[in-house]
Design a protein around this ligand. Structure first.
Ligand code: GLN
Length: 390
């Protein structure tokens, strides 16, 4: 039999999606794959009904339906504080997952290096392999998940083509401060490197932390490829609507990759999502207060269960330190926990380059009642673990 390509043999299936399947098989509360168990705003669903009755059922323009790009340009310009043009600064993609891979394919030649902070969202490893780039991992040191500027400089000295910046960060919940971003910016300038951002949690940043768009730093727009999506901001992860913002030359290259990868994002969904992009500022304030409340409820539940964790400054994930269980195998621990405690988490090792096995990642993008139920189950975690004779 012919063999499948070496490219695919270099990575395994997504651990996050595998945990969702395990959660479903044990009927566990799924706090592994990060997506809401509540509905998007009513206006968006109404707009989807309207779109279904419209004539938008054929391909949209490959880089995005004009009315979607117009609304997106207004929204992004408002939040980034930069004049973003619908016609020259953007590509609409199938989720930010496609935005990231299309960006990497567009800027990296095989063998070129890309800096990835570790822990990192698992897709970046596969993106690097698919685009032939070679990752240079730079550790983010717990508990603050900050980088050592000397380690970062050493990575830049290897002349990378790009740095990937997930801010707010999945899985650590880190939000990069202005001074940290300035260190990255000055190195990117000195070594003439692109910065590809993943900012899908841009609107979920808890006070006093503040989201700063890398592209908005002085002189950085030209070398920044900003990826984001509508998934988390409007609770529509299944719509797969993402985008890339950048300078016209880079966008032109990404458009070509995108065109041949997917042709385009779903036309009726782009039509319906215009309603979301036109929401006023109050929507984003409300979204943040909903998540801030969920974070308080869930961290409170973790605290009463006596679990150790790093408090996230942004996004909706929390890394829980399971050292005290003396397990040594976070994959085993997560499967055991889904089956025996009825709560599913992602093994932390899938996010780290280093051999770190003492974290599990839980998310709190769930209804309060779901979080409270999960909290009750987690209260019993230690007892169930001990009773298994460990
Ligand atoms: N970004 C989400 C997470 O980290 C969902 C991942 C996915 O399955 N695309 O859990």
């Amino acid at each position: 039999m012919p063999q499948v390509s070496r490219r695919v043999s270099h990575f395994t299936e997504s651990v996050i999606r595998r945990m969702t399947r395990i959660a479903n098989s044990f009927n566990a509360i799924n706090l592994s794959q990060g997506f809401p168990d509540f509905d998007p705003p009513r206006e968006i669903i109404d707009a989807l009904h309207k779109a279904a009755d419209s004539d938008r059922h054929q391909y949209a323009i490959t880089w995005g339906a004009p009315q979607f790009r117009k609304a997106l340009a207004q929204k992004v310009s408002r939040f980034m504080g930069l004049p973003i043009e619908a016609d020259s600064n953007m590509v609409v993609t199938c989720g930010s997952t496609e935005a990231m891979i299309a960006s990497m394919l567009a800027v990296c030649n095989p063998g070129e290096k890309v800096i990835v902070f570790s822990p990192f969202y698992e897709n970046y490893g596969a993106d690097a392999i698919l685009s032939g780039a070679e990752p240079i991992y730079v550790p983010l040191h717990p508990p603050e998940f900050s980088f050592d500027p000397r380690e970062l400089r050493r990575a830049f000295e290897q002349k990378p083509k790009a740095l990937i910046l997930c801010n707010p960060s999945n899985p650590s919940g880190k939000v990069f401060s202005r001074s940290e971003l300035e260190v990255i910016a000055s190195l990117a300038k000195e070594f003439d490197t692109f910065v590809i951002t993943d900012e899908v949690y841009e609107h979920i940043v808890y006070e006093p932390a503040q989201h700063i768009y890398f592209a908005s730093l002085p002189g950085m727009f030209e070398r920044t490829i900003s990826c984001s999506s509508l998934s988390k901001t409007y609770s529509i992860t299944g719509w797969r609507l993402g985008y890339v913002i950048g300078s016209p030359a880079v966008i032109d290259a990404i458009r070509k990759v995108h065109d041949f990868l997917t042709v385009g994002a779903a036309a009726p969904l782009q039509e319906a999502a215009v309603s979301a992009l036109n929401f006023p500022d109050s929507y984003y304030k409300e979204l943040l207060s909903i998540y801030a409340r969920k974070r308080d409820v869930f961290l409170g539940a973790l605290e009463s269960a006596g679990l150790k964790f790093s408090k996230p400054q942004g996004a909706y994930y929390v890394l829980v330190d399971i050292s005290e269980f003396g397990c040594g195998d976070d994959n085993y621990f997560c499967e055991w926990m889904a089956q025996n405690a009825g709560v599913a988490a992602v093994p932390g090792s899938s996010f780290f380059r280093e051999p770190v096995k003492n974290y599990i990642r839980l998310h709190f993008a769930k209804k309060e009642e779901t979080l409270l139920r999960a909290g009750e189950r987690l209260q019993m975690l230690r007892g169930i673990w001990k009773s298994k004779g460990k």
